[in-house]
Design a protein around this ligand. Structure first.
Ligand SMILES: [Fe+2]
Length: 164
């Protein structure tokens, strides 16, 4: 693919992904404000943006087989935890912003756990393993097979976990 076109698809993918999440949050807010029809509009456009983002991603040929996708996800999450978030924690701490530094350090810890989950999945790829995951809705911590009393990363109570 021509480099210029590739770059355009990258930009489309990044922009549409961000818009999809932002609109999902707007929909939640509209729902809280008692505006279900507006919430629906945000949800629908969020879904539409997601379709556009997925289309760009497919054009970039970045979706491989599952083994490769696990490997790519492991590498990306490891880099985000160890490089990006590590740096963000430091920058926030240097500026005395404890809230930001706490959030970034929790993000880093959650990403570390994602890395471990990917690594485990890579070594048990073909096994017929069935598990239940619990995700903390406050910080994103993922627990494999067990619902903790409190989130080990952010201390949220177990009622705040979603089951998958
Ligand atoms: Fe949490």
């Amino acid at each position: 693919m021509d480099e210029k076109i590739k770059d355009a698809f990258h930009q489309a993918y990044a922009g549409e992904s961000k818009a999809a999440l932002r609109l999902k949050m707007y929909a939640k807010k509209a729902q809280e404000e008692g505006l279900p029809q507006i919430a629906k509009l945000f949800q629908v456009i969020s879904f539409s943006e997601e379709i556009q983002g997925a289309r760009a991603l497919r054009m970039l040929r970045e979706i491989k087989n599952t083994e490769d996708n696990l490997k790519a996800s492991f590498e990306s999450t490891t880099k985000i935890a160890g490089v990006a978030y590590e740096q963000f924690v430091k920058e926030a701490a240097d500026r005395g912003d404890t809230t930001a530094s706490t959030i970034f350090s929790q993000c880093r810890d959650v990403e570390d756990i994602h890395s471990k989950l990917y690594k485990e999945a890579m070594s048990h790829l073909m096994e017929d393993r069935e598990t239940i995951y619990y995700v903390c809705s406050a910080c994103g911590y993922v627990s494999d097979g067990m619902l903790p009393d409190r989130c080990p990363v952010c201390q949220a109570p177990k009622e705040q976990f979603s089951k998958f």
